[in-house]
Design a protein. Structure first.
Length: 326
């Protein structure tokens, strides 16, 4: 008892509950509003440190996530991007594709030249010769533009000289006039355009030249070669379609992707040139002799008719002269 008297707090703890403890265990405390600790009062030090650690961890997690995404992007570039060998192989294929096209268009130009030499002996060939000349000039312009496009992409392809196109009147007749008149001045050579943005317009112009060439060819009455018609019409239609596609990229034809697409076009256009060359081969070997024979036969028939008409007109004149004496 003395010890309890000396330490009243122990007595209080062992004795009956005081007013504060009764207040805590009373139903009134359970139904009361939250204490100031939950109503926006100052956060205890231990709780504030926990929040800071959580924010730091969240920041670290965000940085790790960004690093992981960057690493995945780098892995994609390594896995899916073209390797050095693939780029070299693609460049070799592009150079080979252009060289095949360059050879095809050169062979077609030579065939058109032999074609013009063959049809000179035919009647009604002036318009056809003119159309063939302009067609050859347009082909050389297309060839120059494709070479310039390939030279910008591949080191193995060199830029070609801009020789331009000579006027049609500077050919044989103009040479004859110059021989008679040395002071005669010919029209200057028209240089080819080197601007790749003009390629769609040049392709459309080539389609028109093909159409004109076919019309002049069909002006020959004895011409009935459907193979030539089919090959030229297919070439014309594909040129118009490709030109319309390139016009969708107007102002962007020098971009790498579009330039590669232009170089890839050379394969399809080259196939049309091969078919046209083959059909012209057949026309020169078979069609031209047939047309010559037909025209010669027609001329012979007309000559025979003229001879017969002359004979009968002579008989008629003789009869009229003899008639008064009978």
């Amino acid at each position: 008892m003395d010890r309890l008297a000396q330490n009243p707090s122990i007595g209080v703890a062992l004795g009956s509950p005081g007013p504060q403890q009764a207040e805590i265990t009373s139903p009134t405390f359970l139904s009361a509003e939250p204490s100031p600790f939950y109503s926006g009062a100052r956060t205890p030090p231990e709780r504030s440190g926990t929040n800071k650690r959580k924010l730091t961890l969240l920041a670290l997690i965000d940085e790790l996530t960004e690093l992981r995404d960057e690493e995945q992007e780098r892995e994609k570039d390594v896995n899916y991007g073209p390797t050095a060998d693939e780029r070299l192989s693609s460049e070799i294929e592009g150079v080979e594709r252009f060289r095949v096209f360059d050879e095809r268009i050169h062979k077609l130009d030579l065939k058109l030249q032999s074609f013009t030499n063959a049809v000179r002996q035919l009647g009604s060939s002036v318009g056809l010769l003119n159309a063939a000349y302009h067609l050859r000039a347009r082909l050389t312009q297309i060839q120059y533009l494709f070479r310039e496009n390939a030279a910008e992409q591949f080191d193995d392809v060199t830029h070609g000289p801009n020789l331009g196109t000579k006027p049609y009147s500077s050919r044989r007749r103009a040479k004859a006039r110059r021989s008679r008149n040395p002071s005669h001045m010919t029209r200057p050579t028209k240089l080819w355009t080197s601007e790749i943005e003009e390629l769609p317009a040049e392709m459309e112009a080539l389609a028109k030249d093909l159409h004109e060439f076919l019309d002049r060819l069909n002006d020959i009455p004895e011409f009935t070669d459907e193979a030539v018609n089919a090959s030229i019409m297919a070439f014309e239609g594909d040129l118009k379609y490709r030109a319309s596609c390139l016009r969708e990229f107007e102002g962007q034809l020098k971009f790498v992707a579009v330039a590669k697409y232009i170089n890839d076009l050379s394969e399809d256009l080259g196939e049309h040139m091969d078919r046209m060359k083959d059909s012209l081969d057949t026309f020169v070997d078979v069609g031209v002799p047939t047309i010559r024979f037909s025209q010669k036969h027609t001329a012979t028939g007309l000559q025979n008719l003229s001879t017969v008409a002359t004979f009968f007109s002579g008989v008629t004149a003789t009869t009229l002269q003899v008639g008064p004496f009978l």
